[in-house]
Design a protein around this ligand. Structure first.
Ligand code: SF4
Ligand code: SF4
Length: 440
């Protein structure tokens, strides 16, 4: 059987999912203190609507979205607000956050719940907005904007590829909450006017494919796309190309290819918000890596410190070589273990020295492996060099902004050149240069 994939570049990388893929999702008890950042999404930060001394309940809005590209933030425990102040994220970056002391009462406020089949598209979009749902696969883009596409869309794709090594939270959700995922997909189709839904799953998750096929068998408008295991199969443009055969133009959006892509967990959050009135205040996180005693998939309240997750998994086997927030290819290093779980955090990895093979940058040997691997058809060797040297116009001419930051170029480079790090720096440098040019 031929499995769908994108044609250009990409590569095989180790899955390393065996540590947690067969472990059912377990709920972590809420911690005594949660630190909830008011900026957990792409766009503008929220404005706090509580202050120290206020009593809050689970699901209560604590951060208001005052701008369009923004998503409200809700309390994940009941208790007392003890501070509204800057606190570090797991990356060390400080963000205005609401700190709540948990009173252990688990008092809850819910939004109004309903039957999505009886709701108007506008009503669905409003609930998604009020619930503060953002892309939970890692992107963190506010979902209410995605369910309001600027152009008509025909197909909604659910991204169940989970192509990063170690991560298994979407796999477990597909097995354990397939009905909810399908309910969310149908609601998103209604909100966007799409007539077809496709769930893309890599074939290294045969049990998830079987489970979802069983759940959708009465739905003629839904199908499963079995995808070849190839990195970065879960990247939006590569997923669209694999499933629909269409290309999102450079600088374009998925709606330019008549579709929209949503992560598995996001679809479930949409369903929960609509049918249970539940805002986005918890999520499933994979904790894995060779330095974790007992890797697991954990249901965690937003605002829980990373350290609590590691402790729940039995702690660490010595000093890890690397701690990563998300997948090992695209996730940032964890520099603060008190940094909190946020809405778009899919994993926490503690990698052993064997797993995190660090090596020094060596000179380019012009082997072109990075060029062959790049799924966007770019020249990472040159982009890296120009970006590192601050030659942003040259990088721009080679379409540096088309880079999806998948890191495959760095991974395949025999000289271990930090290509993606330089390219990310180059994109930021180019944006700053363009902004400066606009002003002058
Ligand atoms: S990080 Fe960018 S340049 Fe490197 S392979 Fe991925 S898309 Fe290509
Ligand atoms: S893979 Fe590394 S060594 Fe080979 S061309 Fe690219 S940057 Fe140079």
């Amino acid at each position: 059987m031929i499995h769908k994939t994108f044609p250009r570049g990409g590569g095989e990388i180790p899955h390393r999912k065996e540590g947690s893929e067969r472990k059912a999702i377990q709920a972590v008890p809420a911690p005594s203190i949660v630190v909830i950042p008011l900026h957990q999404h792409i766009g503008a930060p929220c404005v706090p609507v509580v202050q120290a001394g206020d009593k809050v309940k689970i699901g209560q809005r604590i951060g208001e979205a005052k701008q369009f590209v923004c998503a409200p933030v809700h309390a994940s425990v009941s208790g007392e607000v003890i501070a509204v102040e800057e606190r570090p994220l797991l990356t060390g970056k400080k963000v205005l956050s609401v700190v709540i002391r948990n009173d252990g009462q688990d008092e809850l406020v819910k939004m109004e719940a309903g039957d999505p089949a009886k709701m108007s598209p506008q009503a669905i979009r409003q609930v998604v907005k009020d619930a503060g749902i953002v892309g939970m696969g890692g992107a963190g883009f506010p979902t209410h904007i995605k369910v309001t596409p600027p152009k008509p869309v025909e197909v909604i794709i659910i991204n169940g590829a989970e192509c990063e090594p170690y991560l298994t939270c979407d796999h477990r959700l597909l097995l354990e909450q397939a009905e909810e995922m399908v309910g969310g997909l149908l609601a998103i189709m209604k909100a966007t006017g799409a007539t077809q839904g496709v769930i893309g799953i890599e074939v290294n998750k045969p049990d998830a494919i079987e489970r979802v096929e069983e759940v959708i068998k009465e739905h003629k408008e839904l199908s499963v796309a079995a995808l070849k295991v190839k990195y970065p199969q879960g990247a939006e443009k590569q997923l669209i190309k694999a499933i629909l055969g269409t290309e999102v133009p450079s600088g374009g959006l998925p709606c330019d290819a008549c579709c929209c892509v949503f992560n598995v967990h996001t679809a479930i959050a949409v369903y929960d918000a609509l049918t249970s009135g539940k805002p986005s205040y918890e999520r499933v996180v994979t904790v894995s890596g060779g330095s974790v005693v007992d890797p697991r998939n954990l249901l965690v309240r937003i605002g829980t410190p990373i350290q609590t997750l590691l402790d729940f998994c039995g702690g660490l086997l010595g000093q890890p070589a690397a701690l990563v927030g998300g997948g090992p290819m695209t996730g940032p290093p964890v520099v603060d273990l008190l940094g909190p779980v946020v809405k778009n955090l899919s994993g926490v990895l503690a990698l052993s020295h064997e797993e995190a093979a660090f090596d020094e940058n060596r000179p380019c040997i012009r082997c072109a492996r990075c060029v062959d691997a790049c799924p966007m058809g770019l020249t990472p060797n040159l982009l890296g060099e120009y970006s590192d040297k601050g030659l942003y116009d040259k990088a721009d001419k080679l379409n540096v902004n088309d880079c999806i930051e998948c890191a495959l170029c760095s991974y395949v480079c025999p000289s271990k050149r930090a290509l993606v790090t330089w390219i990310i720096k180059g994109k930021a440098g180019l944006a700053a240069q363009r902004a400066k040019e606009k002003v002058s």
